[in-house]
Design a protein around this ligand. Sequence first.
Ligand code: CTP
Ligand code: CA
Length: 225
Amino acid sequence: TSAPSENTPLQGQHWMITAGPTMEAIDPVRFISNHSSGKMGYALANAAAKLGAKVTLISGPVPLEAPKNITTVKILSALDMLAACRQISHENQVDVFIGAAAVADFRIQDIATQKMKKQSNTDEMQLNLIKNPDIIATVVAESMAKFVVGFAAETQNVIAYAQDKLAKKGLDLIVANDVSRKDIGFNQDQNEVTVVGKNTTWSPEKADKTELASLLVQFIRQQNQ
Ligand code: CTP
Ligand code: CA
């Protein structure tokens, strides 16, 4: 690798970014998931690559094209996403990790190996769920990356909850996202966020996710110098 230049300030750095939802199987034909579009994570991956970073994108199932010049690892479940993070961090020194994925908080405790059948003696149905590992907290705990950035999806007390998550997970920065707003965030092309660090808060204007991603990548670069 050559020395970083003005156009490629991230040359020589490796960024690992998670994106999209995870999909937790119930049986061979059913699953639990969420509405994450993956757009923010993919935009961040593209923005970092544009500035010269080597990028590994770990993506849940989304109908987005894998970006050029980016190694994309497709996974389904949270457990698979964590395994992919561990493998990539073992093989590479990761400078920046961004957890943009909407990881399912719970998975099915016992995935049925055959399609589940309706029972005729009851109208009710219970599924036992078990907590998934916290991927980003594990990235911090196992020192998988030097600088760790999370997202916080909130519908109320956005900044306060984001600050809690920053501290609890041991993150360097957290990008707080108000997912109660229909005009931004989940499944939208635009987003408006507040970036919270231990001693910083920064609120860029509402923008297209591609533009916002580029601003966020530059901000992360400044903070991690
Ligand atoms: N996250 C993760 N692994 C999980 C859950 C969340 O890595 N099992 C990451 C997300 O990728 C995000 C951050 O943690 O970067 C915050 O996710 P969020 O869902 O907002 O917070 P949770 O810690 O799951 O708390 P809650 O959903 O209860 O608000
Ligand atoms: Ca969650």
